[in-house]
Design a protein around this ligand. Structure first.
Ligand code: NDP
Length: 414
């Protein structure tokens, strides 16, 4: 493989010497985004193993009832709502428990800085960037489901991890599969990474039909139960585009060697092609508890109650090439990655705004990718070397996406 090498586990030698959790040495954990789809699966795994884990801090945006219930059940030390308007409700919900409450951006950073050995990055969107950097910056083991910070600020995230001797473990099912399939392979033995994609709910739909798709249809993923934003990303296949960028960041494999193949059953979670012609894959039921447990137990494995794969019952595994014509987000994300610099930051920010606008019924389904493309084409490169620079670039892309959406001309043409 030319030049670059698979990098995981991020942290290299720092990853060694991290003991697995045990009753003699329980692992302290913090869950950022505890009330979300990833967060709830993580909390369920923790609840099954009270002797192995201690909960340090939990965060949410504004779902006070769910956050307070989790904090009470797990005897967390700190609970944080990102929305300052939800703070009073949180304090009331935790009254008499001794659990500390905090709010806002500073509260999220505080949660990430508390001395938990293991942190789940489970916030959705670039909102998770600052707390993820804070956790990495103090050398934690960070299980990263929250792909947007890797897309938007990949070099900064990796550099922060490297400098602090942190460990970055991929939780996104495809990247976790690749992490597992890579094993201890020598970098020059890896030829290609093959990301599988379910194809989402509109895999077989015509462009015309997709033009009329509703938010309800877009979030109804055939195989996975996930939050609204990633579900819409799966429907446009921008999710797979973001994952190409995520894979390039995590594994150091150049973009032309990262392939995408549609696999509607979501049983094969991704593959590594080696130079000798071998393909290694990780298979399992489409259940996020499996990759989360892999990261939670790492470097050991945890038993889970996830459904067991019965291959005879599955019967067949289908694969087909993705349609770049009906799913232009794939080529767009590749273009952003090749352009480099701020392009992935712009792509991600415009996509977050466009997905929110689609969910709010302000734009049609096909306008999501049109908006992203138009914003990406319109903005020049910008610095992305620091958190402040990334967030400034992100803000500018959001502003332009809002202008495009507000004008009723997502492409910028009239
Ligand atoms: P959800 O929308 O279900 O949950 C998001 C979590 O983040 C909630 O706890 C939410 O709090 C919190 N949150 C939302 N916005 C903010 C904000 N601005 N500031 C702080 N916290 C916030 O998302 P998912 O769990 O589906 O996804 C989380 C991340 O994991 C995403 O990046 C996604 O791409 C990735 N991922 C998800 C998978 C899945 O199966 N769900 C699979 C692979 C990756 P509240 O409940 O109060 O709104």
């Amino acid at each position: 493989m030319s030049g670059q090498a698979p990098r995981l586990p991020i942290g290299g030698s720092a990853a060694r010497g991290r003991p697995p959790p045990s009753p003699e040495r329980p692992r302290s954990v913090t869950v950022l985004g505890a009330t979300g789809s990833i967060g709830r699966s993580t909390m369920a795994l923790l609840a099954e193993r009270p002797k192995l884990y201690r909960v340090e801090a939990l965060t949410a945006r504004r779902n006070v009832a769910a956050l307070a219930a989790l904090a009470r059940a797990h005897r967390a030390k700190l609970a944080v709502v990102a929305d300052p308007g939800a703070y009073r409700g949180l304090v009331e919900a935790l009254a008499g428990t001794g659990i500390e409450a905090a709010a806002g951006e500073a509260g999220l950073i505080e949660a990430a800085l508390r001395p938990a050995e293991w942190v789940m990055a489970g916030i959705v969107g670039v909102a998770g960037l600052a707390p993820t950097l804070a956790a990495l910056g103090r050398g934690a083991i960070v299980a990263i489901a929250n792909k947007e910070p890797l897309v938007s600020a990949g070099p900064l995230v990796l550099e922060t991890a490297r400098r602090a001797g942190a460990v970055l473990l991929p939780v996104d099912s495809e990247h976790n599969a690749i992490f597992q399939a890579l094993g201890g392979a020598a970098p020059d033995a890896v030829e290609r990474l093959i990301l599988t994609a379910s194809g989402g709910p509109f895999r077989t739909w015509s462009l015309e039909a997709m033009g009329r798709a509703t938010p309800e249809q877009a979030v109804a993923h055939p195989n996975w139960s996930m939050g609204a934003k990633i579900s819409v990303d799966s429907a446009t296949m921008m999710n797979k585009g973001l994952e190409i960028i995520e894979a390039e960041r995590l594994f150091g494999v150049p973009e032309p060697r990262i392939e995408v193949i549609v696999h509607p059953q979501s049983i094969v979670h991704s593959l590594v092609a080696f130079t000798d012609g071998s393909l290694l894959a990780q298979l399992g039921a489409p259940d996020m508890r499996i990759p989360i447990a892999h990261a939670l137990g790492w470097p050991s494995r945890l038993a889970t109650a996830a459904p067991r794969l019965d291959l005879a019952a599955v019967g067949r595994l289908d694969f087909e090439p993705p349609s770049e014509h009906r799913f232009p987000a794939l080529a767009l994300a590749r273009r952003a990655l090749r352009r480099g610099g701020a392009a992935p930051t712009i792509l991600n920010a415009a996509n977050e705004v466009a997905v929110a606008a689609f969910l709010a019924r302000r734009i049609g389904f096909l306008d999501i990718v049109r908006t992203v493309e138009s914003v990406l084409e319109s903005l020049e490169d910008a610095p992305t070397g620091s958190l402040e620079a990334v967030l400034a670039c992100d803000l500018e892309a959001r502003r332009l996406a809002e202008v495009r959406i507000g004008s009723g001309h997502p492409t910028g043409d009239r």
